[in-house]
Ligand binder design. Structure first.
Ligand SMILES: NC(=O)C1=CN([C@@H]2O[C@H](COP(=O)(O)OP(=O)(O)OC[C@H]3O[C@@H](n4cnc5c(N)ncnc54)[C@H](OP(=O)(O)O)[C@@H]3O)[C@@H](O)[C@H]2O)C=CC1
Ligand SMILES: O=C(O)[C@@H]1CCC=N1
Length: 266
């Protein structure tokens, strides 16, 4: 696959690392105005670092856009004359809706919106995907790419903002939960390194139980909670202090913020 990442910042670089590690490329163009931060990716075979978006577009078939929303319109205008039938446009840009992309480059283009997260760098992204009518013909291609870099789900565009909160911001939310677990483990007597090890691998195990068994979380909780035991005592105390409620309220606040940003842009 001949892929270009236009805007290789936090997310773009994570995608690049995932693609490189998973041998998912024939060639990979990475663009950015200031290339210094990409020095560690310099010198790899078939990886080209450039400030020239047009060069990247000419030499690639799949164009993954990962710039800030404010930069996207101008970049689309600059590369528009170079777009052909071979190109699949993949936008990871939050809040930039498909009708607006079609307005810039035309509804005849193959347009995909993807919402990955930074775990794409280690091949573990949960990525939600939607497309324009023309792009439906290339959705399987997008799924193939993102399934190599984790797990993907095709959703209606109307759910993309919610997917941003649950999956993209979700990485930050889970990091806080893991950090809090680590802090508790330190208070209970483990050193910092051991505490983080316990927190990371326990959360990985919990997720894998659900992924492998397909159970509801409460079924797995029932297997751990001995009557009158320490687990149910801990869980109930967490709920008295608002664990579930605070997570739900935080995610809804995050969703409301995205909705407001979108209104500000209109
Ligand atoms: N971070 C995340 O977890 C996620 C982010 N997103 C979305 O992805 C997009 C990127 O986010 P993020 O990676 O965090 O942002 P960053 O600011 O880290 O990255 C954007 C990059 O675009 C580059 N850039 C700016 N202008 C141009 C240009 N004209 N040509 C080429 N490159 C350019 C910038 O580098 P330079 O200034 O050197 O050009 C910068 O490195 C956003 O729209 C965000 O909403 C979506 C899902 C998850
Ligand atoms: O925090 C943000 O607004 C962006 C969108 C998802 C991840 N980062």
């Amino acid at each position: 696959m001949k892929i270009a990442i236009i805007g290789t910042g936090n997310l773009g670089k994570s995608i690049a690392k995932g693609l490189i590690t998973n041998n998912a490329i024939t060639s990979l163009y990475l663009t950015k105005r200031n290339l210094e931060e990409l020095e560690d990716l310099d010198g790899y075979k078939n990886i080209f670092l450039t400030t020239d978006n047009q060069e990247a577009v000419k030499n690639s078939d799949i164009l993954i856009f990962a710039v800030q929303p404010a930069h996207f319109e101008k970049i689309l205008n600059d590369i528009k004359p170079l777009l052909t039938e071979k190109h699949t446009i993949v936008s990871t840009i939050t809040g930039f809706v498909i009708p607006k992309i079609e307005e810039e480059i035309g509804a005849d283009k193959f347009i995909i919106r993807a919402m990955p997260n930074t775990a794409i760098a280690v091949g573990k992204s949960m990525t939600c995907i939607c497309s324009n009518t023309q792009g439906k013909k290339r959705v399987q291609l997008a799924e193939a790419i993102f399934n190599r870099l984790g797990h993907s789900l095709v959703i209606p565009e109307a759910q993309m903002q919610a997917a941003t909160v649950v999956c993209a911001s979700g990485i930050a939310f889970w990091m806080r939960l893991i950090r809090a677990t680590t802090q508790a483990a330190i208070q209970l007597g483990f050193d910092a390194k051991e505490a983080q090890e316990l927190a990371m691998f326990t959360s990985e195990g919990a997720a894998n139980l659900l992924i492998t068994n397909g159970n509801h979380p409460e079924e797995e909780i029932d297997r751990v909670t001995t009557p009158k035991g320490c687990t149910i005592t801990g869980l109930n105390e967490m709920e008295h202090k608002g664990l579930s409620s605070s997570l739900i309220q935080g995610m809804v606040a995050s969703f409301n913020k995205i909705s407001n940003i979108k209104k500000e842009q209109i």
